[in-house]
Design a protein. Structure first.
Length: 367
């Protein structure tokens, strides 16, 4: 192939300008060229060579994307094992494994309200082998953390929405209040003597508790955990009074009578827990909170890989086993029209603006 400097200019004793090729590639060719012509020819050759290199790079990227995946894919859950987001992720990962033909491994990286795990994925290679499944906390982190090590809007490539999970207000099974109205009266009377578990700043459980305290104009004693999995363990053991958590983490314990359920945070009662009233039924108006989940890759991931992952996510959410499992946990997969990069990007942008206002109005300062 012709090199960058294959054309040079020489001048013989009579002043005739020649275009000289690299030895072995051609003969000296006399011509009516001036020095500007020769330089232009060299520039053209360089442009052609650069185009060939760029074309080769694009072709290589296309081949990589076409063959993807060739090794196991890891989905990072930014919370502890056994929590609601972990449960959702494991159901989706199992179905995606079948579709992709490679194992999809779930890795739990808990701490700091989900920001540690999210930060790890933001800094990961953008080759499609490290993903993040996060919930609403992705949109609240900018308002809650002053030194967030990533930008949720620019450091990730959205793949698609996964599900929206209702929340439940629950307590240890021997907690004194019998009904939701009793709970409200009890909390107002006892205030900071009531302990409330959450998974740290920015976690869904913390946001629900924040809204609950704001609605009742009463401060509780918050006890942060490294995820609601450990928090549930202490709630079951009677070491903590209350928690607000997703149905994916509370339904089985509620149905077994191991914890007490006071309310769901949706406008209507949910089918899997038909006897549990809404917050509005207990007199707490406009308390509506569902925890949406989304799947992300690091920013800069090849679009063909994003497309393949979106396709796989949609296949997983359409899987009958996944749908049935979600239903048993009080939630449902989003339709294919919402399991897309555009839908997740729109959700994230809107929710980030919304929660910034809510958190500021509640007087919670970034830490």
């Amino acid at each position: 192939m012709i090199g960058f400097d294959c054309i040079s200019a020489v001048q013989n004793s009579r002043g005739t300008v020649f275009a000289r090729m690299v030895p072995g590639l051609g003969e000296d060719i006399p011509g009516q060229f001036n020095w500007e012509d020769i330089q232009n020819m060299k520039t053209i050759v360089k442009m052609i060579a650069a185009g060939l290199v760029a074309g080769s790079a694009l072709s290589a990227a296309a081949v990589v994307a076409q063959d993807y995946p060739t090794q196991p894919v890891t989905i990072v859950v930014p919370f502890s094992a056994g929590g609601p987001t972990d449960t959702v992720t494991r159901l989706v990962a199992a179905a995606m494994s079948e579709d992709l033909g490679q194992q999809v491994v779930v890795q739990n990286v808990g701490g700091a309200g989900g920001t540690l795990g999210a930060g790890q994925v933001a800094a990961a290679a953008n080759d499609g082998y490290t993903l993040l499944l996060h919930h609403i906390g992705m949109s609240t982190a900018p308002a809650l953390y002053a030194s967030l090590p990533y930008d949720p809007m620019t450091d990730f490539a959205p793949i698609g929405l996964v599900t929206e999970v209702p929340m439940t207000m629950v307590a240890r099974k021997d907690f004194e209040p019998a009904t939701l109205k009793d709970l409200i009266a009890y909390v107002k009377e006892n205030g900071e003597n009531v302990t409330y578990a959450n998974a740290g700043i920015g976690a869904a459980s913390q946001l629900c508790g924040l809204l609950f305290q704001d609605a009742l104009e009463t401060k509780l004693t918050e006890v942060p955990y490294q995820g609601t999995g450990p928090a549930m363990t202490d709630l079951l053991g009677g070491q903590i009074d209350m928690m607000c958590d997703q149905t994916t983490n509370t339904t089985s314990q509620i149905q077994a009578g191991e914890i007490k359920a006071y309310a769901v945070t949706t406008p209507e009662r949910i089918a899997v827990l038909p006897d549990v009233p809404t917050m509005a039924e207990g007199g707490v108006e406009n308390f509506n909170l569902s925890i949406w989940h989304g799947l992300y890759a690091p920013a800069g991931t090849d679009q063909a890989i994003i497309d393949r992952l979106t396709q796989s996510l949609q296949a997983a959410l359409a899987d009958e086993t996944v749908g049935n499992s979600f239903a048993e946990l009080g939630t449902y997969p989003v339709p294919a029209s919402e399991a897309t990069p555009d839908a997740l990007a729109e959700k994230l942008e809107g929710q980030t603006a919304l929660w910034a206002e809510v958190i500021a109005a509640a007087g919670v300062a970034a830490q």
